[in-house]
Design a protein around this ligand. Structure first.
Ligand SMILES: [Zn+2]
Length: 188
C-alpha cells in the first residue's frame, strides 16, 4: 500500500470551534480533550490541579467533554480516549460507568477510537484506552485505528505490537484509516 494521508489533531474546547480547522481539506480530524476549562490536566506543569479536586469528578468532567465533542459530529477519530489517566490518578467509581455515555455518543456519531501507544511512554504506562474501555468499545461496535501519537520520527510505530496484541485479544480484526474523511478498513 502506498497511501499518503493528512490529518489534524484538534483540541476540543467547548465554545471555541474554528471553522477553518473543521472544514480543512484533510483526510481525517482527530478530536481530543487536553483541557478542562483552562486546566491542562495532562501537562506535568499543572499537576497540582489534581490535588485540589475530587478525582471522580475530574474523570466525569473529562468524559462529559468527550461526549460533547462526539456530539458536535465534527471529528472522525477520538484521540487518546482515556488520556485523563495519564498521571495515574484513578477514580474510585467504575470507569466503564463513567465513560459509557461518551462511548454511546462516539458510536452514534460514527467516530472511531485510537488505540494509542503514547500512554506506554507516560507514568500510567499503558495504552490509551485501557483494556476495560476497549472491551466496552468493542461491545458497542466502535471501530479502532492505530496511533503512536509520535512527537518525533523515532516514535512512529512505537508500541504497535502491543497495541495489535490487545486489539486481537478483545476480538478486533480490522482497523480503520481515512481517505477524504471516508473510512477504509484494513485487516491486521
Ligand atoms: Zn493529544
Amino acid at each position: 500500500m502506498n497511501y499518503r494521508v493528512l490529518g489534524y489533531e484538534v483540541d476540543y474546547l467547548k465554545g471555541y470551534i474554528d471553522k477553518r480547522v473543521i472544514e480543512a481539506e484533510v483526510d481525517y480530524l482527530i478530536g481530543s480533550v487536553h483541557f478542562l476549562d483552562k486546566w491542562g490536566f495532562d501537562n506535568p506543569e499543572f499537576i497540582g490541579g489534581w490535588k485540589s479536586r475530587d478525582i471522580d469528578n475530574i474523570w466525569q468532567e473529562y468524559f462529559d467533554a468527550i461526549e460533547a465533542m462526539a456530539k458536535t459530529n465534527y471529528f472522525n477519530i477520538v484521540g487518546h480516549l482515556d488520556l485523563i489517566k495519564v498521571f495515574k490518578y484513578l477514580p474510585k467509581k467504575d470507569i466503564k460507568s463513567i465513560a459509557q455515555n461518551a462511548l454511546k455518543a462516539i458510536k452514534k456519531s460514527n467516530m472511531v477510537i485510537e488505540l494509542n501507544s503514547a500512554g506506554l511512554r507516560k507514568p500510567i504506562k499503558e495504552l490509551y484506552p485501557s483494556k476495560d474501555l476497549l472491551e466496552l468499545a468493542y461491545e458497542l461496535n466502535i471501530p479502532i485505528t492505530f496511533s503512536s501519537d509520535a512527537h518525533s520520527v523515532e516514535q512512529i510505530g512505537f508500541g504497535y505490537n502491543e497495541a495489535k496484541k490487545l486489539a486481537k485479544e478483545i476480538g478486533y480484526k480490522e482497523a480503520v484509516f481515512f481517505e477524504n474523511r471516508e473510512k477504509r478498513l484494513v485487516e491486521f
